[in-house]
Design a protein around this ligand. Structure first.
Ligand SMILES: C[S@@+](CC[C@H](N)C(=O)[O-])C[C@H]1O[C@@H](n2cnc3c(N)ncnc32)[C@H](O)[C@@H]1O
Length: 270
């Protein structure tokens, strides 16, 4: 357990929020160049496929970062409300929009407190690799369920907890080396899957602050979905396409142990 402040945020959640603030500019730079391969080469396509036609739908992007996916949804005709805990991320999101024709409503907001939105006000909620950043994920699920209309879609993606809990790493074929190419990876070492716990790491070697993620076993996600009326329709374990794999040998590891997991849920009718 961590200490909680007067508004219910733990010191760990505060630390996590501060770290996103610190890395926001560097993060945006990486998102807007070709540095972030996971999203472009692995995750965007299955997210978009599972969402289907979003034209005309009111979509909440919960934990939007600097807004890249919110923009992709707006480009496809969705009415997008995008929220993030980090003030700087929201500024970057707003700056990325045309001043004359802003199409996305950006708000600095914690997804654990969506009281600014009425009940059942969204058709779709997306949390693209963000639930792993939220310590109090139970409040986030409860709030997302409240603001989603019955029958609405909740799509969220996480780092696969079965294969990449904190400490998981590829055993190198050559002892003492760090395997990047697939041929240099012998097998994935996974241990201590069950205990929910934090993971601290630098998003990139020179990132100005550590990022904090929260690992929890798969059964925690199934439970919190059930408790909040979410029916899991599909669980996708996306892999890079053959065309991507022909260029990126390091991504072949996704075929041996999936790095990501996407939950496609529907909010049950009352
Ligand atoms: C890994 S980034 C993902 C951003 C975006 N979804 C994307 O895929 O580019 C995680 C984002 O979640 C935000 N975040 C973390 N905890 C949050 C919370 N409780 N409420 C809203 N946003 C949060 C962080 O500030 C950060 O911008």
């Amino acid at each position: 357990m961590t200490e909680r402040d007067g508004i219910g945020r733990s010191s760990l959640a505060e630390e996590g929020a501060a770290s996103w603030e610190a890395i926001a500019d560097g993060w945006a730079e990486r998102m807007r160049t070709d540095t972030d391969f996971s999203r472009k080469l692995v995750l965007d396509a299955p997210h978009l496929a599972l969402l289907g036609d979003v034209a005309g739908k009111h979509v909440l992007d919960a934990g939007c970062g600097e807004g890249r996916f919110a923009r992709m949804l707006a480009d496809r005709g969705a009415r997008v409300t995008a929220i993030d805990l980090s003030r700087r991320m929201i500024e970057l999101g707003r700056e990325s929009e045309s001043a004359d024709t802003p199409t996305i409503e950006f708000h600095e907001m914690n997804m654990c407190d969506l009281s600014a939105f009425g009940d059942e006000s969204f058709d779709v909620v997306v949390a693209y690799l963000t639930i792993i950043d939220v310590e109090d994920y139970e409040s986030a699920f409860a709030q997302i369920s409240r603001v989603l209309r019955p029958g609405g879609q909740f799509l969220f993606s996480i780092v696969h907890p079965c294969f990449y809990p904190p400490g998981a790493e590829w055993e190198p074929r050559k002892p003492g080396t760090f395997p990047i190419l697939d041929k240099d990876k012998r097998y994935l070492k996974v241990d201590n899957y069950f205990p929910a716990r934090e993971l601290r790491f630098r998003m990139w070697p020179t990132a100005p602050a550590e990022t904090i993620n929260f690992h929890r076993p798969l059964s925690d996600y199934a439970r919190v979905c059930r408790q909040n009326g979410f029916l899991i329709r599909e669980m996708a374990e996306p892999v890079p396409s053959d065309e991507v794999l022909a260029r990126r040998d390091d991504l072949r590891a996704h075929l041996r142990a999936p790095y990501f997991l996407i939950f496609d849920c529907a909010k049950a009718a009352a």
